[in-house]
Design a protein around this ligand. Structure first.
Ligand code: UTP
Length: 298
């Protein structure tokens, strides 16, 4: 066994999802569907591929559809069995979770991502853990978290997935202040949450995949409010640097879609639809037709 094994993952899904109102009035954002699978399924599959065996959901009021999603569906299953629909039964299998592998903890108030992660502290205990934000969907040959875990097993410390963004976009992200750029890996000397374009320390932005040391949870115990009045995970990771613990940015190979925003969700729908062999031809024809029509109308 390697020194830095990661088997637990936290999925913070307690946010209000206001950018998708009115849909998110009654549907959790993470249940919204990319082609034919809810966002949460992509995150769970990615975590499984990375060797995660314990899945911790930080939920909130109104998210019971998420809990049901990973439960057995006896009526649907009986119906499919009776009709001998083996392919659909197989599709349902991807949603099966081993008993006890999945745990839910509530965040009573949406006080920020840092607070949501802190809510999982007792379930995480004293070991490194991953955090996946399901609204960041990453298309990659090798799943992003798996890429990170393979490197983390050598480095330990703390690791955040990072991607290049334009200065104008930096104010939407946590941005890395780079100490040493080693290519795929960068060591980090500071992190700034949502900096103004002119104050961004680099063009490397943090996206929703992390591997963290349990000391980050101790940092969160101190609970300072950061940018936007929220308790920021970025601040708790930056405290690690102050304490002399390593923090790395990881340039993953893949394309990230921000499915927390409407434009990002639409882009992901096009990309994932075109990547599906059962849909690509019809969908691509349709897109070409739409673009041609739009051009003709201009
Ligand atoms: P977002 O910043 O996208 O916030 O959270 P949101 O509430 O989900 O969506 P908008 O901005 O209102 O549209 C990023 C991730 O952090 C989780 C969210 O569920 C999402 O996975 N989160 C955020 C929490 O779990 N709790 C919080 O207090 C805030």
């Amino acid at each position: 066994m390697t020194k830095y094994k990661v088997t637990k993952a936290v999925f913070p899904v307690a946010g209000l999802g206001t950018r998708f109102l009115p849909a998110t009035k009654s549907i959790p954002k993470e249940i919204m569907t990319l082609v034919d699978r809810p966002l949460i399924q992509y995150a769970i599959d990615e975590a499984r591929a990375a060797g995660i065996t314990e899945f911790i959901f930080v939920t909130s009021r109104g998210k019971s559809a998420l809990e049901d999603y990973f439960d057995h569906a006896p009526i649907i299953e009986a119906e499919l069995k009776a009709k001998n629909k083996k392919d659909l039964l197989e599709v349902l299998k991807a949603t099966d979770m081993e008993s006890g592998a999945i745990a839910y903890v509530r965040q009573q108030k949406a006080l920020g991502l840092g607070h949501a992660v802190w809510c999982a502290r007792r379930l995480v205990g004293d070991e490194p853990f991953a955090v996946l934000l399901p609204d960041d969907v990453i298309a990659a040959e090798k799943p992003c978290l798996q890429q990170m875990v393979e490197t983390y097993e050598e480095t330990g410390g703390n690791m955040v997935a990072a991607m290049e963004v334009s200065p104008a976009k930096a104010s939407s992200y946590g941005v890395l202040d780079i100490k040493d750029d080693m290519g795929t890996l960068v060591s980090v000397k500071g992190m700034v949450e949502k900096p103004k374009a002119e104050e961004a320390p680099s063009n490397l932005a943090v996206i929703g995949r992390y591997i963290l040391s349990p000391t980050v949870l101790d940092n969160l115990n101190r609970m300072k409010q950061g940018a936007g009045g929220e308790i920021q995970l970025t601040d708790a990771i930056a405290d690690e640097i102050t304490a002399g613990n390593p923090v790395y940015g990881f340039r993953f190979r893949g394309q990230r879609y921000d499915c927390g925003s409407k434009a990002g969700f639409l882009q992901a729908t096009v990309a994932f639809g075109l990547a599906r062999s059962d849909l690509a031809e019809e969908f691509s024809d349709y897109l070409h037709h739409m673009i041609a029509q739009q051009k003709a109308a201009q």
